[in-house]
Design a protein around this ligand. Structure first.
Ligand code: ATP
Ligand code: MG
Length: 120
């Protein structure tokens, strides 16, 4: 919440549209929840950074957990999910589809997500 509040202020100050700010909220929230929920850190620590210009917003979300192999994550399929026990597994797909560039760097020291959102 604190990170999002900070981003909001920056974005409003720079005159970014409400629509783009709402989309950025979703992106940041999904990335931060994943970092807390899946990283398996004993003492959860997540670092969030923003880089904002009139042209683009870059969001970095880093955790210091166990990491994961992005290629091993199966793409969710809506038809299968309708009958599946777990309906989850949409966050990464949502972030990929809502951003203009999405990068995952992950190893046994943690995960860094870079999300680029074009603003023009
Ligand atoms: N920061 C992370 N550290 C370790 N594993 C991760 C991280 N982010 C994602 N994952 C792995 O990728 C999987 C898919 O993440 P995704 O956000 O798509 O789905 P989810 O978090 O399981 O469910 P949802 O986002 O729909 O609530 C996770 O279940 C987890 O195994
Ligand atoms: Mg998720």
């Amino acid at each position: 919440m604190v990170a999002i509040e900070g981003m909001d202020r920056m974005a409003r100050h720079m005159g970014i549209s409400d629509e783009k700010i709402s989309e950025a909220h979703i992106l940041v929230t999904e990335a931060i929840i994943n970092a807390f929920e899946h990283s398996g850190q004993k003492r959860p620590r997540v670092r969030v950074e923003f880089e904002l210009t009139q042209e683009k917003l870059i969001i970095f979300v880093r955790d210091y957990g166990k990491g994961f192999e992005p290629d091993s994550i199966e793409e969710p399929d809506i038809k299968k999910k309708l009958t599946a026990e777990s309906k989850r597994g949409w966050g990464l797909k949502l972030m990929k589809s809502m951003s203009d560039d999405f990068l995952i760097e992950s190893n046994e020291n943690g995960t860094k997500i870079t999300i680029i959102k074009n603003l023009v």
